[in-house]
Design a protein around this ligand. Structure first.
Ligand code: SPV
Ligand code: MG
Length: 333
């Protein structure tokens, strides 16, 4: 399943654009390591006679940090993030969108763009906050905005060093997170579009989507003025009473479910660890756990044992050939 897929990094990179050109949108699921990447990529469900699956993966700063036991506060550096990205890319084949945090200063961002593009990542999203940033879902945290001119320069720097038009640089607006409001977000969006951004992510940590919808309502006119319409990106963690279908109808092209694999693992691990303590053995936890065989199948262990058997059988057949030839010549003689 994993090694059988022969999509090259360059084909993979292009596949996000191809998906959005074809369908108009992409539904993306978070991954924070190889295993969560495989599960997010391969999950299939049938609904109303249609088979549903995700179109790609999101490498999140929140969940990459949390899976290392660290807070999402510019603590995990790019080398470590690239290590996780490589882990996911090795065992998956769908488009990967990387959360680039603030992108650092322009020179750091330029090298990040080159690295991600070479690996076959389809897009990087950077946010217009000041380094070191704090996760956006904590409304009480310091959420200082970057100067929009400085951020626009960073976008431009990234676009200049990208070697293909298919690698996307997406600007994430944090105006609603910092309390600066919809007008500030719209004015920044216009500036970032002029700087060459390939997409706009409008982020919010409110459960009420009113501000998000005020932004999407104003987006078409803004794009008309700018002469082009970059993709619109939503991360609806807090306003998830709104369905993906409705977000698409309101103009979103990319919908990212940004942390759900990690949160699911957190809950399941806590429940299992407690169940074994209470039960006095792991028997009570069995129904809460995947079977070891299921884990083997997911990560390709079954393929290794099958290949081992095939090689042993091939060697056995080969080693028996001279005996048969010899035995034949003895009979004839
Ligand atoms: C992440 O997943 O790391 C994000 C999205 O940046 S959020 O946590 O909502 O800020
Ligand atoms: Mg993040």
């Amino acid at each position: 399943m994993i090694l059988e897929n022969k999509r090259s990094p360059f084909e993979r990179l292009k596949s996000l654009r191809e998906c959005i050109d074809r369908k108009g949108f992409a539904r993306i699921m978070e991954a924070h390591n190889g295993l969560s990447g495989i599960i997010a990529e391969t999950v299939r469900v049938e609904k109303n006679g249609q088979v549903l699956e995700y179109d790609g993966l999101w490498e999140s700063s929140l969940t990459d940090s949390a899976s290392k036991g660290l807070p999402d506060a510019s603590i995990v550096g790019n080398d470590s993030r690239v290590h996780t990205i490589n882990e996911i890319l090795t065992v998956t084949s769908k488009p990967l969108i990387v959360d680039g945090d603030t992108g650092g200063e322009p020179a750091q961002f330029e090298y990040l763009v080159r690295t991600l593009e070479r690996l076959g990542v389809s897009a990087v999203i950077i946010e217009d906050k000041v380094y070191p940033k704090r996760n956006s879902l904590d409304a009480a945290a310091n959420q200082d905005l970057e100067d929009p001119w400085a951020f626009a320069e960073k976008i431009q720097a990234g676009k200049e060093v990208a070697t293909t038009d298919d690698f996307m640089i997406i600007s994430r607006l944090e105006s609603l997170i910092s309390g600066a409001g919809v007008d500030d977000a719209l004015s920044r969006a216009e500036q970032y579009i002029q700087a060459g951004t390939d997409g706009i992510m409008i982020h919010s940590n409110k459960s009420d989507p009113a501000e998000i919808f005020a932004f999407t309502d104003a987006y078409p006119a803004l794009c008309q003025r700018a002469g082009r319409r970059p993709w619109l990106v939503s991360v609806p963690t807090t306003y998830n009473t709104i369905s993906d279908d409705e977000l698409i109808a309101r103009g979103f092209n990319i919908i990212i479910h940004a942390n759900h694999m990690l949160r699911a693992a957190h809950k399941a691990m806590s429940e299992v660890a407690a169940a074994i303590l209470v039960g006095g053995s792991s028997l009570a936890a069995d129904p809460l756990c995947a079977k070891v065989k299921e884990v083997f199948a997911t990560v390709g262990f079954d393929r290794i044992t099958r290949k081992d058997r095939e090689r042993i059988e091939a060697r056995r057949l080969l080693s028996s050939v001279p005996d048969q030839v010899e035995a034949g010549s003895r009979t004839r003689g």
